[in-house]
Design a protein around this ligand. Sequence first.
Ligand SMILES: C[S@@+](CC[C@H](N)C(=O)[O-])C[C@H]1O[C@@H](n2cnc3c(N)ncnc32)[C@H](O)[C@@H]1O
Length: 217
Amino acid sequence: MKQEELQAIASQLKHPSGEKGIEMANMMNETNINMTHHSIQNLNISSSNKILELGHGNAGHVEFLLEQAKDLKYYGLEMSDLMFQEARQINRNFVSQKQAFFSLYDGNLIPFQDSFFDKIFTVNTLYFWQKPEELLSEIYRVLKPNGTFCLTFAEESFMKTLPFTQFEFELYSTEKAQNLIERTSFKIVYKETLTEKVKSKTGELVNRDYTTIVLEK
Ligand SMILES: C[S@@+](CC[C@H](N)C(=O)[O-])C[C@H]1O[C@@H](n2cnc3c(N)ncnc32)[C@H](O)[C@@H]1O
């Protein structure tokens, strides 16, 4: 594949847009659904929780999340206008029932008051954070005391085998993510690395290592 094509894939993963963006978002939701469900399950969601997700893509998993307990409220934040629109469309029933709320933000400042959320999670976005320490501090700020944050990402050892990650991506091993977290006020309460088989861009099955780190305020 040409360098420009690899760069285009990386840009779409970082910020889905245009005609190709919707296609890419469907593919992402499907390929990453295990990682997303795993992150949600590690949140230990209980009734009436307010839950924030950063970088939901098309948010095809919101129904699964809302089934975890009663009276949940889901809040999604995105930087891509296309994903914001697509997520609202796919989840229009939950939006009209005021169970799901979607907003755009700048990737740095989380537009909610202090201690607003019981649970926060994000899947496959860490690679694109512009100021990782500052964003973690923002996540800490909007989380309630004893609240849980799940950070889920594919391991650097796997990601660096994908040719497009040379563009746009900052790759993380568990150790590198832990070093980042240790520079914030979060406590690490649990971490797990799993391996799953996923279909590569060229169609064959490959082993993907991914990690969820569970943090507490
Ligand atoms: C690779 S996709 C992952 C989507 C979905 N979470 C998944 O795992 O399939 C990354 C998504 O995060 C969004 N994004 C990138 N940087 C972000 C940030 N700093 N905060 C929130 N979302 C971000 C992008 O617009 C894109 O929709």
